[in-house]
Design a protein around this ligand. Structure first.
Ligand code: ASP
Length: 406
């Protein structure tokens, strides 16, 4: 049986067992969740060395700084544009579904205002004053900038940079190999991750906020079908079905782990092996995307901002909604690719238009379910942009999708 099929079976079995254990979620948390954590730790183990090595190789293998600048520029434009469209879709759905209408906020609910760091600070912090500390702390944006600098250095000194490039190349290959080995455990890992989530967030938790959940899930489907299908079709002339099939292993892992950084090794593997994106584009575009490109998160923030406005009976003006588009786009860049990060950044979006932070308390309870959907889109969006960039650089191989074949 193909690996993707096995992972899907693991996912469905986890959902079913989670529903069965709904009355006794503690059983799932105590006996099943640890296996999920084990799987997650195995993937996490790879992230820092993989991002560093693959980005160095990606940046250095552009060959010259002009190409690096061109690819980097295009990548950022695609990432920002798709994210802005995502928030707009989120706002439209929030206006149409009105998820907060008719909901009464419980008296006395308070939320600890976990303020997002100011944007200027985030931007200044991109350059690590101590790169080794950045690696130890897994500060992704800092690791990215350090890796790109090393790549630029290697490219500039020519022959003398070769040994260092081979070192990082070899490190990246080893990490890819480990990813492939760990992925064999994915069906069990996904099962163990999803069971406790469903057991804890069963229908009773979801129903009162059903409209938010539906709006977010409808939003991510619309965004994927509309934006990603168009990008791969129009820019890369790739059949969207082929794209979704090829990216599906990464999407499944993203859905169950709710971490785009954690999914990165699988995303790189899927995009290279199933979609034919060159090594240099994949290893540059994807680590960057796992950190800064979060379409699903931005879409969710758009919907949640309207949700909060609606439960307080506040009408947002068009100017305020435009401000949400800008803030949510920027907030999603600063969001780490780990579970729950988007919820923290939501406070920044709410603050930007003066909405009460307490409103997010209702969302906190169901955030994991929303996180799974938005992370999936975050990851699929990275894949779509990687395909587009590869096509414009003439680095997209036309290969048969052989998902899951070992
Ligand atoms: N969990 C998301 C991710 O890793 C980030 C978020 O919380 O929105 O992509």
């Amino acid at each position: 049986m193909k690996l993707t099929t096995k992972i899907l079976i693991g996912l469905v079995a986890g959902v079913i067992l989670g529903l069965v254990l709904g009355g006794a979620p503690q059983v799932a948390v105590t006996y099943i969740a640890p296996f999920g954590t084990l799987f997650l730790n195995l993937i996490r183990m790879i992230i820092v060395p993989l991002v560093l090595s693959s980005l160095v190789v990606g940046a250095a293998s552009m060959g010259d700084l002009k190409k690096l600048g061109r690819v980097g520029g295009k990548t950022i434009v695609f990432y920002l544009a798709t994210t802005a469209v995502a928030v707009i879709i989120g706002l439209i759905l929030g206006n149409v579904f009105k998820p907060g209408a008719g909901l009464l906020l419980l008296e006395g609910v308070t939320v600890e205002a976990r303020q997002a760091p100011p944007l200027v600070e985030t931007l200044l912090n991109i350059i690590p004053s101590n790169p080794l500390k950045a690696l130890v702390d897994a500060s992704m944006l800092q690791i990215i900038s350090f890796a790109i600098f090393i790549g630029i250095g290697i490219t500039s000194i020519g022959e003398k940079g070769r040994p260092l490039l081979s070192f990082f190349d070899s490190l990246a290959e080893v990490m890819y190999k480990l990813t492939a080995l760990i992925m064999n455990l994915a069906p069990y890992g996904v099962f163990a991750l999803i069971t406790p989530v469903v057991a804890q967030n069963g229908p009773s938790v979801l129903l009162p906020l059903g409209k938010v959940v539906i709006a977010v899930y409808v939003g991510v489907v619309i965004h994927s079908l509309l934006v990603y299908s168009s990008i791969v079709k129009l820019v890369a002339n790739m059949n969207p079905l082929k794209f979704f099939k090829g990216i599906s292993p990464a999407a499944t892992v993203a859905f169950s782990t709710a971490s785009s950084a954690g999914t990165l090794p699988v995303t790189i593997k899927s995009v290279k092996e199933n979609l034919g994106v060159s090594n240099s584009v994949a290893s540059f575009v994807l680590p960057l995307g796992a950190t800064i490109n979060m379409d699903g998160t931005a879409l969710y923030q758009g919907i949640c901002a309207l949700f909060v406005a609606q439960i307080y009976g506040i009408d947002l003006t068009i100017a305020q909604q435009v401000s949400i588009v800008l803030t949510a786009t920027l907030a999603s860049i600063g969001t780490a690719g780990v579970p729950g990060a988007g919820f923290i950044m939501l406070t920044m979006v709410l603050t930007s238009v003066g909405l009460p932070l307490e409103g997010s308390a209702l969302i906190a309870g169901i955030d994991r379910i929303l996180d799974m959907a938005r992370t999936t889109v975050n990851v699929v969006g990275d894949g779509a942009v990687a395909v587009a960039i590869a096509a414009t650089e003439g680095e997209l191989k036309d290969i048969e999708v052989k998902v899951g074949s070992k």
